[in-house]
Design a protein around this ligand. Structure first.
Ligand code: 26M
Length: 833
């Protein structure tokens, strides 16, 4: 019998049931005998929370006593998913709680499913932040997260009968949230608008006054480490009016005005922006400035509250302000928190009386900036007039930073100083990546190729100016607790049994998975391995049947592409490939069909609500599914599903069931990708382009265990140039693709011409190179079929893939940040409260 990890809280099953029943009666004011699953979940969660609190208190007390250097992870998104299962696993109490709820007449899986996802993020960037929090606590590193407590997370996706995406709000707090602790006493006043008057005392200081003041209130979320008492904090800010409503307007009889001011304060943290990789509608069908001011206010509200909080904690420790970077490291998750740079300058100059140079030294030793994309339309730019209005003092400081940079540049004989100016264009805009870069100690990308591209494209001139040593790479990682142990318990158990080491050992040192390699040659082991994959497929099929009422066959290859819908990710390439396969099947004789590899293709993902082409892609997938799944000629060999409302929880069911997953972005566009790592860790093989972290996965597992296709990054620019200046009609360039496009246009999948704008993106500029990669994509899909037919060989590949995924643990990634960037060390936390 293997222990379920060191128990950081000592409790027996009886104590667990007692605590749960206690919460049923006192916290929920209900009776244990007529409780439903939701009540059982709430009581179990409150009970687990009691245990977390003990460790959380000890951890924070230890930090206060020891005063280690701390790191703060500033992210507008934390895509946490569900908490109960993760909390119990990390506490080592899963078995006890499973028994405990069973004694009360409940099934643990059903109880766990009652929890709503905390979906405070769009995709990769937000989920990465969540994985990093798990790893920080597990590595006993003193790291806090700072974010916003959105009332509404990412929208819920519905699919209309026509196959259109519809968006509904995500009122995730409606059932109240047992995982947060309101800190109504931790508040800050945050100013907007008003005026900034420079003092004429030659110091460059200014006074910012007037405008609107909004209250930031802290909510703390406990982040338990795995197999340790170390429990970190995620602090989320809620915006509130300073007083219930504006008294001046109220007394003047202007009741509407009084309430309006209070509404505008609450509005700041009311909803997560559902864009990713785009700051406005890419087809410009909505005004560019639509909703921009609120987003800027979110960014400032959050960075100002977080910095004030960090500063207060630093000062309470009684240190000299010059020591700030010795005790504080701040990681900027993309450019969203870049206003922290001018904000810290403001605090140091206007409030702390430091000179510009003293302040700049502190700032540039405190911040670290991670870039998550090189797509031009995703690079944040803020119009100068907007910043001037909302944050007048910050605009002054940004101009000063820019000017100082220019002076430095000139003295460094940099060839073209215009390039590094970050206030540019007409109308003038601030390029936030440039500001983040110049204000940070280090800048990194999220996979080797991407970090290279950051240095050779968007920040090229800064490499020349500041030297290459400012730039680095930290390849992303994923937490193996959630993305193997929790989502694939059977595989986890088999691994533990096979490696003959405790689960807590390999889950904390994922390179131990290499011990599985010899077992790829063991036929009995392979049988167990593939039986687990089969049961995971059945679990997925069961989930789809209960949630959508669809019957899915499980005697087929499961082929999965799940991620935000975007042209650069090329879901279109995948669906065109499916259509191509469909017509190939229709042409086959019954004899030929017998040799065919059965496939079930899954898509899931949300489109930004204003991203017209992405929404058309969803519509096409849904309508192709309708035709294919109903066609008696083909439905036995090819099924297609678009699963609505993709989420962390849905990913946890889909990923363990996949035989092959697709990561097929145009080379050079996907910064890293992290779901690629999740699939491979669960023994799914990878079909992908030579892009992002795919490359490093192939390096680890061996090129013979992945399926690569498509043009490479250096060719992309040339090909785009060819499209523009030497276009070749698709009929000539790629006849099979032309056939597929024509079938769609002809209405085989309905739509009455609605797909034309989508098809035209391919027929016209084809910016993402569908026409260039289609042939090699189809050829590679055929290689996948062939490989799958050799079952034993396929399972060997699957085992070898899992075995070589150690590098992609977020523990490795977070340790790289801690050692090479933040210069922080683990703090061990005494067990037992
Ligand atoms: C911008 C403006 C307004 C509202 C939202 C945004 C915005 C939100 C999220 C822009 C970008 C956002 O995320 C980008 C992102 O998720 N990038 C992904 O980061 C992952 C983690 O590093 C990588 O694995 C992915 O390759 C990368 O696409």
């Amino acid at each position: 019998v293997w222990r379920d990890g060191m128990r950081t809280v000592d409790k027996d099953v009886q104590a667990v049931t007692r605590s749960i029943v206690g919460h049923v009666q006192t916290s929920l004011a209900r009776q244990a005998y007529n409780l439903d699953n939701l009540g059982a979940y709430q009581a179990a969660a409150l009970s687990a929370r009691d245990d977390l609190l003990v460790n959380w208190n000890t951890t924070q007390l230890t930090f206060t006593r020891k005063q280690p250097k701390r790191a703060y992870y500033l992210s507008l998104e934390f895509l946490m998913g569900r908490t109960l299962d993760n909390a119990l696993l990390n506490l080592g109490l899963k078995d006890k709680f499973t028994d405990g709820v069973q004694k009360l007449g409940f099934n643990m899986e059903d109880v766990i499913e009652q929890e709503r996802d905390a979906a405070l993020g769009n995709g990769g960037l937000g989920r990465l932040a969540a994985c990093y929090l798990d790893s920080s606590a597990s590595q006993e590193l003193p790291v806090w997260g700072y974010g916003l407590r959105y009332k509404y997370g990412i929208f819920q996706q519905l699919i209309s009968p026509q196959g259109e995406q519809l968006e509904a709000p995500d009122p995730w707090l409606d059932n109240q949230n047992p995982w947060e602790l309101p800190r109504l006493d931790v508040t800050y006043d945050i100013r907007f608008y008003g005026r900034a008057d420079r003092l004429d005392d030659g110091t460059g200081r200014a006074v910012w006054h007037g405008g609107q003041e909004v209250l930031a209130v802290a909510y703390d979320v406990m982040i338990p480490g795995y197999d340790t008492a170390s429990t970190n904090n995620l602090r989320l800010w809620e915006s509130k009016p300073q007083r219930g409503f504006d008294l001046n307007s109220f007394n003047a009889g202007n009741y509407e005005g009084a309430v309006e001011a209070s509404n505008s304060a609450s509005a700041i943290t009311s909803v997560l922006y559902p864009n990713d990789h785009t700051t406005c509608a890419p087809n410009r069908s909505i005004p560019i400035h639509f909703g921009k001011e609120l987003r800027l206010k979110q960014q400032y509200f959050w960075t100002a509250a977080s910095l004030a909080d960090i500063m207060r904690r630093f000062k309470n420790a009684g240190k000299n302000i010059r020591e700030f970077p010795d005790f504080v490291a701040i990681q900027l998750n993309d450019t969203h928190p870049t206003l922290a740079i001018p904000e810290l300058m403001r605090i140091l100059i206007d409030d702390e009386d430091l000179t510009w140079d003293q302040a700049w030294t502190i700032v540039t030793n405190t911040f670290f900036y991670t870039n998550h994309t090189v797509l031009p339309e995703a690079l944040e730019k803020w119009p100068v007039p907007l910043i001037e209005n909302v944050l007048p003092r910050h605009m002054q400081i940004i101009y000063d930073i820019s000017m100082n940079g220019q002076v430095l540049l000139a003295s460094n004989h940099v060839s073209d100083i215009q390039l590094t100016a970050f206030v540019e264009g007409q109308p003038k805009q601030v390029r936030m990546a440039h500001l983040a870069c110049i204000g940070s100690r280090k800048v990194n990308g999220v996979a080797e190729l991407h970090s290279e591209l950051v240095q050779t494209t968007i920040l090229k001139d800064f490499v020349e100016f500041e030297g290459v040593s400012k730039f680095g790479n930290v390849t992303n990682g994923i937490t193996p607790r959630r993305w193997l142990d929790q989502c694939n318990p059977e595989l986890s158990a088999l691994i533990t049994k096979t490696l003959k080491i405790e689960k807590s050992v390999w889950l904390k040192d994922l390179t131990k998975l290499e011990g599985l390699l010899p077992f790829a040659e063991d036929k009995a082991f392979r049988a167990q391995w593939s039986a687990i994959k089969q049961r995971n497929k059945e679990r997925l099929a069961h989930h789809v049947q209960t949630t959508l009422g669809l019957i899915i066959r499980t005697d087929a290859m499961f082929d999965v592409q799940i991620k935000r819908i975007h042209e650069y990710k090329r879901q279109t390439l995948n669906i065109l490939g499916v259509i191509h396969r469909y017509f190939a099947l229709k042409k086959m004789t019954p004899e030929e069909k017998k040799k065919v590899n059965r496939r079930v293709v899954f898509f899931a993902g949300k489109a930004a609500p204003a991203y017209y082409i992405a929404k058309l892609t969803i519509r096409l997938i849904v309508n192709v599914a309708r035709v294919i799944n109903a066609d008696p000629d083909t439905k036995e060999y090819l099924q297609l599903y678009f699963l609505p409302d993709y989420s962390v929880s849905l990913a946890e069911v889909l990923i363990p069931a996949s035989d092959i997953s697709q990561h097929i972005s145009t080379a050079g566009t996907e910064a890293s990708g992290t779901s690629n790592m999740k699939f491979c860790l669960n023994g799914g093989l990878l079909l992908g382009t030579v892009d992002g972290a795919n490359i490093e996965i192939a390096e680890e597992v061996g090129e013979n265990n992945v399926f690569f296709f498509g043009h490479l990054t250096p060719a992309v620019e040339d090909l785009r140039y060819q499209h523009l200046y030497h276009p070749v009609p698709i009929e000539e360039k790629c006849p099979p693709l032309a056939f597929v496009l024509n079938q769609i246009s002809a209405g085989v999948f309905g739509g009455d011409g609605v797909y034309e704008p989508l098809l035209n993106t391919i027929r016209q500029s084809d910016y993402y190179l569908i026409t260039d990669d289609f042939d090699s994509y189809i050829a590679t899909l055929e290689m996948v079929d062939e490989a799958y037919l050799d079952k034993e060989e396929w399972i060997k590949k699957s085992i070898r893939t899992t075995a070589k995924m150690g590098k992609f643990s977020s523990d490795r990634a977070i340790n790289e940040y801690a050692e090479s960037y933040w210069n922080i060390e683990p703090v061990s936390i005494p067990t037992g409260g």
